[in-house]
Design a binder for this molecule. Sequence first.
Ligand SMILES: Cc1ncc(COP(=O)(O)O)c(C=O)c1O
Length: 411
Amino acid sequence: METTFPTEPEVTTSLEQIQELERTYLLQNYARYPLALHRGRGCYVYDLSGNRYLDLISGIGVNSLGYAHPRLTKVIRQQAGLLLHTSNLYYHEYQGKLAERIAKLSGLARCFFCNSGTEAIEGALKMVRAHGNSISPTKHEIVSLENSFHGRTFGALSITGQPKYRKDFEPLLTGVHFVPRRDTRALEAAVNENTAGIALEFIQGEGGIYPLCDRFVRKARELADRFNALMIFDEIQCGVGRPGTYFGYQLLEPQVLPDIMVAAKPMACGIPLGVIAVNEKAAATIKPGMHGSTFGGGPLACRVALEFFDILEELLPSIQSVGGYFRMRLTELARKHSFIKEIRGQGLMIGVELEFSGKQLVTDGMKEGLLFNCTHETVLRFLPPYILTEQDVDRAISVLNKLFGAAQRPV
Ligand SMILES: Cc1ncc(COP(=O)(O)O)c(C=O)c1O
């Protein structure tokens, strides 16, 4: 998997200079770690000084084939010399092909392409609203989950079940009801004739890697059918190969299909691309002119995503086996370090819940050449590239063992 860098750009700046510029000219909304990345290869990234890090967070689940993957580098170079953008005024060769691929893999019928996860959620919410409006003026309620995360735009925030993200921007969309993720009774109580949509993150990601249970998902499907609501699965973090299947909902046996599935992060391996995949019922809510995107589904992103799906087919077995190996090795660590409360996840989406905040461990991990992050204060989150090997896992485990050994339980 060697890629050569024909003209590797020289490093002409320092972390401190970058930080100073950003402090002066950027909105101060991000709390970045003190690390500036310069390049990457395989599962590793390198900082400005050439220090190497094993990347187990992959741009929050985006760099699904790691860095400088030779097949991706090749198609990106080729496509850059041909056509980067067309707008959706015209056709190009790749959007229809990618829609066909996703439709066939997801069991859904049609796709719409956009540029990010939150934008996919917005489109899905418009479908839900149009569906409800076509039936009754009071049918606009949405049921979502407590502890969920669906994005930062207004609609997505409105169905995000975490007050900390919502509080500064209220009032948001009205008619949203939040229920706890395992509580089928609360779900039953929340869904009625006025419900236009039910939105579920199949495995809650930002909320701390919590998979939904079979019973809850089936109940949601049954209620959506009974009350003629559209069911949305948000697979932005948990889908597109990460759980070891193409989509999270394919882990259930027999499968439960949503009406609308949204995905984004890993699909074009770092080039922005989101998708709304729908059945014919949901597709019928959108008539010509009702929705669109300037950038969505451009030739570069679609061509890269097609290449990604070709490669993903070969990688699915190893996502399952390396993910299983990773969880097994983490379970061994949990036997040694009693402050590890639980290990959760599927495939290469893994959370390690601690009895205390994991923030210091993340910083200490960086110093040891290991990148991961911490979500929901106490959950270490691992979303590594799909090309991770058991050897990479062994390396990560030995660093984690050292970090856990040195970690202090707060008194
Ligand atoms: C489940 C889920 N939905 C939606 C989003 C929003 O996606 P984006 O940041 O691409 O807008 C995220 C981002 O982390 C997510 O994890």
